[in-house]
Ligand binder design. Structure first.
Ligand code: GH3
Ligand code: MG
Ligand code: MG
Ligand code: MG
Ligand code: MG
Length: 307
């Protein structure tokens, strides 16, 4: 017989174990000039299973953050030589790579306005020294969990659920950025040939599997480009590479699809591709042009690239 209380206690233990298991993979940076305070915070974090790194001021913290690109959480003191905590937080938030890092300010200062200053600089939260273990743990866990939830939501918003590659929304958002960041943009639109036949002869489920295989080969060949599902059985690639190297990869990709996808069904899977490399005023115009080239590829017998 399990009471409601014992079930709650059980759930808490399970959640805690789950949290500790996740922490094993999480890198935390402690930025603190006081040796004793740093040692104390590090020992608490190690008990919580985190991988702990340290820095003694803001300048060193930035160096560590840049060297170790996957630090998820940073706890920073305010008063430190060379660069203080608020300055450090501000500098990190200017950098695209550290937009999502959990940044927690720390200070023993009696200055009550410091917490607000940390938050205004871009920190997620603030802890005043000395703190209770309980508060330390609660704030760190809660901030990490919010961050993880945000990542899941972002993932769901940007990815295509069937093929697990980027969806149309992300393709446009990130594609626009790439378009404006780079001098050279190559855009390809591709469409699987006679895909309706696959659904009609093998069923919708097999059609879905084909799309998954196709997408995974696509990401393998275009790992350094932006690849997404445009819709249905249509995919788009946005690249900063020149037309020649891009088309060499495209030809290799098409060969692999022809030789590998669904060969067990005695099926010849091919796709048609339209490429646009002429610079246009907007990404959307480049996609339109690539699409009209794709139309031409379909009308000149499919399984080919039109430039
Ligand atoms: P074409 O060579 O001219 O491109 O011919 P096609 O048969 O590939 O093109 P058409 O546009 O006539 O058909 C596309 C089909 O793709 C119709 C639609 O049911 C199917 N489709 C779109 N999305 C999905 C999906 O997520 N899963 C499956 N199984 N089929 C899909
Ligand atoms: Mg200090
Ligand atoms: Mg189509
Ligand atoms: Mg098609
Ligand atoms: Mg069609």
């Amino acid at each position: 017989y399990i009471t409601k209380d014992s079930r709650l206690a059980y759930n808490q233990v399970v959640n805690l174990l789950d949290r500790l298991r996740k922490n094993l993979a999480i890198k935390v940076l402690v930025v603190e000039d006081s040796v004793t305070s740093s040692a104390y915070i590090c020992s608490l974090l190690r008990k919580l299973q985190f991988q702990v790194l340290t820095a003694v001021d803001g300048v060193e913290a930035i160096e560590v953050m840049e060297a170790e690109s996957d630090i998820k959480l940073m706890i920073a003191d305010h008063k430190m030589p060379r660069m203080d905590g608020c300055e450090l937080v501000k500098n990190l938030r200017l950098d695209r790579r550290f937009q999502e890092t959990v940044l927690i300010g720390l200070s023993s200062s009696g200055d009550g306005i410091l917490s607000a200053k940390f938050i205004k600089s871009g920190a997620n939260d603030f802890l005043k020294k000395p703190f209770y273990h309980e508060e330390f743990i609660c704030r760190i866990f809660q901030n990490l969990e919010s961050q993880e939830m945000l990542e899941q939501i972002r993932q769901a918003a940007n990815m295509d659920a069937l093929t697990n590659i980027y969806n149309r929304r992300y393709l446009f958002d990130r594609g626009e950025e790439m378009f404006f960041e780079s001098q050279e943009t190559t855009v390809a639109m591709m469409d699987i040939d006679n895909f309706k036949n696959v659904n009609d002869t093998l069923g919708h489920k097999a059609g879905d599997q084909l799309l998954q295989q196709f997408a995974s080969i696509l990401t393998k060949h275009f790992g350094n480009d932006l690849v997404g599902r445009y819709g249905g059985e249509e995919f788009a690639i946005i690249s900063n590479r020149d037309q020649t190297t891009f088309c060499v990869d495209m030809a290799r990709f098409m060969t692999e699809v022809r030789n590998r996808v669904f060969t067990e069904f005695d099926l010849n899977v091919t796709c048609s591709v339209g490429v646009c490399t002429t610079h246009k005023p907007s990404l959307s115009e480049m996609l339109d042009t690539a699409d009209s080239h794709l139309y031409r590829a379909k009308h000149s017998g499919k399984d080919c690239i039109e430039l």
